[in-house]
Design a protein. Structure first.
Ligand SMILES: Nc1ncnc2c1ncn2[C@@H]1O[C@H](COP(=O)(O)OP(=O)(O)OP(=O)(O)O)[C@@H](O)[C@H]1O
Length: 606
């Protein structure tokens, strides 16, 4: 998959794309460039000042010395002020560009097809958003400000130098490209190595994240040492790669510095010979040697920072691999549910026509799951989906939500194609997964996030309908109680009730529900089931059923096996068929048959 194996974008392409992030801040960006002229004055002035002072000393003129000192002090005060402003603009522009590209990556990570997200690790995505994006923007700034400035310095120094001795100035300038090219031998290796390093860093981050998230399992199974060994092993692989990069960087830096030194010595010898013949003053010789360094330095600097650019290109590749993934569906996302329409003649609430679907796997292979399934659900129906583990129940629900896109066939909700009108169709769905995800924040925020423009009364009413009001009111801060990460400070039943409250608040006409299998105590289970029954009332529901009461109450049961609908009908009809449903019933449900008679009564909507 593209995002997992970085592609090599061309340098001009990356530069153009990254520079587009500077457009909104063009004024600050250009000001920061213009203010660099103060630095230019300082760098060139340093050589000129030395020349003036030495020649003034030789002429023994006190007035000239005082004037030169005053001018130097005033100019350097102005330069320092300009440089402070320049630094401010550069910093502000760079950090805003970094935040913009990070925001774009963050937004993109919410919009790329879910099928593709599943093959990536969240640690890897985090690394691209936090680290790689910052490095890529840092590179643009380094190219524009550092490399650009050095080229300008080279040009101005050359003009100044040429006035003294045009041939030696040409020799100094002409040798610059040799210095630059002496480091290019390492570019490709450096970029490849940097990409490997960023990938390895992301893997380490993922490992760390997984270990922290799975802390309960790690401790329960005493896996601390195993995981530490794995971490150390991976860290060592990263160390090796970083060592190789340090050696390469050292070779790159020293090779260009060596070539530069040779050329400098040759030029200094030539100008010294000219001075011995009496054609040049001592001050001019000094200024010449300093300015010669200024002509040469940009090439040394470019050669060395070009190595940094190669490293950052590796990071930029990883950033653009994500930004270039097309969004899921054909529109944007809308969290707004819709309560309209619904039954008009002949329109199904949910319809699957000839749906084929293959899951991609992390290694890029694909295995066919659905090969042409059909299902029509009329408004108001409750469809219970049952089937053995791995038969495709969750995948079916995710296809209906538009999280996965069928390879062939169409899925429509109230007559609108999910693929073509993702935004509109999602607005008609509420999905309640088996293990609801709660965000850090207050209970109020966790309920309210499913709909906008909600009042406190709406939230309280939703919590009441979900059977959550009682436990929330017993908490010290009520609806303002802060939840731990993933709602870890709530029990399983309480988390489910928060998720059901969200669904009430969202109030969408089609409910996709994955009943929880996790064991709740009798009381919690009774409340959750009551709330779910109430939620399903008057809605069209597709439910992955794990409870006998749900299947018995359903308008229709569909039985999935290896991605195919193998049986369909009511509980009684399917039992009579004595097929897979009857088999599943005997394994899963029959033990609770005795209890259900009582339960069904107690679980009816209030
Ligand atoms: N993201 C995925 N990538 C690759 N294969 C997947 C992916 N998700 C599910 N599968 C495979 O697709 C098949 C159906 O999985 P699915 O989760 O839909 O089954 P299920 O009926 O919901 O199972 P269970 O009852 O155990 O939750 C399984 O063989 C599973 O291994």
């Amino acid at each position: 998959m593209k995002a997992n194996s970085p592609s090599n974008h061309t340098f001009p392409y990356i530069l153009r794309k990254l520079m587009s992030y500077a457009v909104p801040y063009r004024i600050g960006f250009i000001l920061a460039i213009l203010l660099l002229s103060a630095k230019l004055v300082m760098d060139i002035g340093f050589a000129v000042v030395q020349q003036v002072f030495i020649d003034t000393i030789n002429s023994s003129s006190m007035d000239s010395l005082m004037r030169a000192t005053f001018i130097c002090a005033t100019v350097s005060a102005i330069i320092i002020c300009c440089l402070m402003v320049q630094y401010y603009f550069r910093f502000v522009v760079q950090s805003r560009m970094s935040w913009d590209i990070r925001a774009k990556l963050f937004d993109k990570s919410q919009r790329i097809p879910f099928r593709q997200v599943q093959t990536m690790h969240s640690g890897d995505l985090t690394s691209r958003i936090n680290k790689d994006a910052g490095m890529a923007i840092g590179m643009v700034n380094s190219i524009v400000y550092d490399l650009g400035y050095n080229l300008l310095l080279c040009f101005v120094s050359f003009i100044y130098l040429a006035q003294m001795d045009v041939w030696i100035a040409l020799l100094a300038l002409g040798s610059g490209p040799i210095v630059f090219l002496s480091g290019r031998f390492f570019d490709r290796k450096l970029r490849k190595l940097s990409t490997e390093i960023y990938k390895k860093e992301a893997e380490l981050r993922s490992l760390l994240q997984e270990t922290l998230q799975g802390m309960k399992v790690v401790r329960a199974f005493a896996l601390e040492d195993t995981l530490l060994n794995r971490y150390v092993l991976e860290r060592e692989k990263l160390n090796q790669l970083q060592r190789k990069r340090t050696i390469l960087n050292g070779l790159l830096w020293q090779s260009s510095a060596f070539v530069n030194n040779l050329i400098m010595v040759a030029c200094a010898g030539l100008i010294a010979m000219s001075a011995m013949r009496g054609g040049t003053t001592t001050g001019e010789v000094l200024a010449f040697i300093i300015l010669m360094g200024r002509v040469q330095w940009p090439f040394v600097h470019m050669s060395q920072t070009w190595g940094g650019v190669q490293e950052a290109l590796g990071a930029a590749d990883r950033v653009f691999d994500i930004l270039e993934i097309p969004n899921e569906g054909k529109g944007g996302l809308s969290p707004e549910p819709t309560t309209f329409p619904l039954a008009s003649a002949g329109i199904f609430a949910l319809s699957l026509e000839n749906v084929h679907y293959k899951h991609p796997s992390v290694d890029g292979s694909e295995s066919s799951l659905f090969s042409g399934i059909h299902l029509n659900v009329s408004p108001g129906e409750t469809i219970a989906v049952v089937g053995p583990s791995g038969s495709g129940k969750t995948t079916l629900v995710r296809l209906c939500c538009g999280l996965y896109e069928p390879d062939i066939g169409t899925i429509s909700i109230y007559g609108k194609s999910v693929q073509d009108q993702l935004e509109e169709t999602r607005a008609m769905i509420t999905y309640v997964p088996q293990n609801p995800y709660l965000f850090s924040g207050t209970i109020r925020d966790n309920i309210a996030f499913s709909a906008s423009d909600t009042t406190d009364e709406d939230i309280q009413e939703a919590a009441r309908l979900a059977g959550a009001e009682e436990f929330i009111s017993k908490m010290p801060a009520g609806f303002d109680t802060l939840l731990g990460e993933h709602g870890s400070t709530l029990s399983g039943g309480q988390r489910q009730r928060i998720a059901i409250a969200r669904a009430f608040l969202r109030n969408a006409p089609l409910l996709l529900l994955d009943e929880a299998t996790s064991a709740l105590d009798n009381e919690s289970e009774r409340i959750v089931q009551q709330s779910l029954d109430l939620l399903m009332k008057d809605r069209t529901t597709l439910v992955i059923a794990h409870r006998l009461s749900t299947v018995r109450e359903a308008s229709r049961i569909i039985v999935l096996d290896q991605g195919a609908i193998v049986e369909e009908g009511s509980h009684e009809v399917l039992l009579e068929m004595n097929g897979l449903y009857a088999e599943l019933y005997n394994i899963q449900f029959s033990t609770s048959e005795a209890e259900v008679k009582d339960d069904v009564q107690s679980m009816l909507p209030v």
